[in-house]
Design a protein around this ligand. Structure first.
Ligand SMILES: Nc1ncnc2c1ncn2[C@@H]1O[C@H](COP(=O)(O)OP(=O)(O)OP(=O)(O)O)[C@@H](O)[C@H]1O
Ligand SMILES: [Mg+2]
Length: 342
């Protein structure tokens, strides 16, 4: 092996066509062009001795576009590369191939502070993403001062404004992250991301660690912020009901590639790629028995066709999530030809 090992077997077949064109700005706000991110796997020493390079293609030549003010969902099973792609888009993970473009401009590997400000992330676990030693006021104040977002004299007023925006209050400025509930902590994390006045918010499973009742309030908050601030949002979620409710378009990721991208209603009513069809069929229904679910979902594709690391994480997720769809060699398996799916 001299280069990146071959990916899973990709049976030939017709490409999944893009959805209908929608009017809008010619240049997307954020775009990935042929983006790949690789991770070394196994013993690198043994690989070097054999002049091999053992790499896991976590993200494999992804083309993706997010328009101004759009809410794009990124869905796909565990280990498909969603978080890795999100980190690459936010500039928190280097890209091995391809480029990230923002507002018509290719972003360099080392982004300027101004460029970093424009794309902010909200993570799944709000507790680990907040500094436990700083009060909310201290954390927001530091951020606002370092990035010169507002004059020093206005830091407290702006911090209070941010907390009000996410449904908290001035009294919360003096509280530490441990003093909040999970839902409140996620609100603080969103306030922190908004503090830098980003153009794009990348939310990686922002509610999956929260109680169901709290999930709705955070999702409504994101929807309201989109309306109030005109935010562009990339939402990663395993909850397809949430995706359908909140998002304009959906990109479906499988084994590091975008396999289908379409406007939300079109994707849900007429999914074209067999993987998308399986993903939608795997949504559990209250009327399902274990037997009918098993029959609907089938078994996973041949494990020999994909890097073992991917299957490990997928096996772990199977305990808590709907089983993955069955793909056979008869199924079409090209990546989507159009990056936009518009
Ligand atoms: N730092 C890392 N080093 C090595 N491999 C990694 C690293 N981060 C991710 N991977 C691998 O890259 C693949 C994609 O991981 P990623 O976290 O992007 O998946 P995901 O789609 O976000 O999954 P989930 O839905 O479970 O969050 C996985 O096989 C994972 O094991
Ligand atoms: Mg993830």
């Amino acid at each position: 092996m001299t280069a990146v090992p071959a990916g899973p077997a990709v049976p030939a077949g017709p490409a999944v066509p893009a959805g209908p064109a929608v009017p809008g700005s010619a240049e997307p706000l954020l775009a990935a062009r042929g983006v790949s991110v690789y991770f070394p796997v196994g013993s690198q020493l043994a690989a070097r001795i054999r002049h091999e390079e053992r790499l896991l293609r976590a993200v494999d030549g992804v083309d993706l576009e997010i328009g101004h003010g759009e809410v794009l969902a990124l869905v796909g099973e565990s280990g498909s590369g969603k978080s890795t792609l999100a980190l690459a888009l936010a500039g928190l993970r280097p890209v091995d191939r391809g480029e990230i473009r923002f507002d018509g401009r290719a972003l360099p590997a080392n982004r300027s502070r101004a460029d970093r400000r424009r794309i902010q992330m909200v993570f799944q676990d709000p507790y680990s993403s907040l500094n436990p030693r700083l009060t909310v006021g201290g954390m927001l104040g530091e951020l606002l001062r370092v990035h010169h977002v507002v004059p020093r004299s206005q830091v407290k007023a702006f911090s209070t404004e941010l907390l009000t925006l996410v449904g908290l209050g001035e009294s919360d400025l003096s509280a530490y992250p441990r003093q909040f509930s999970g839902g409140q902590r996620q609100r603080v994390a969103i306030a922190r991301a908004l503090a830098l006045r980003p153009d794009v918010l990348v939310a990686d499973e922002p509610v999956s660690a929260l109680d169901v009742s709290v999930q709705a309030t955070i999702l409504n908050l994101l929807r309201d912020l989109r309306g109030e601030l005109g935010l562009t949002l990339l939402l990663i979620s395993h909850n397809l009901a949430v995706v359908r409710h909140l998002c304009d378009r959906v990109a479906v990721m499988y084994l590091g590639r975008i396999v289908e991208m379409a406007p939300t209603e079109q994707l849900f009513s007429a999914p074209r790629h067999p993987y998308t069809q399986g993903l939608l069929a795997a949504i559990p229904r209250l009327t399902d028995s274990a037997v009918t679910r098993r029959a609907r979902c089938g078994s996973r594709p041949g494990a020999g066709s994909a890097p073992a690391a991917r299957w490990r994480s997928r096996a772990a997720s199977r305990r808590t999530r709907p089983c993955p769809p069955r793909l056979t060699t008869r199924d079409t398996w090209p990546p989507a030809t159009s990056p936009s799916g518009r």
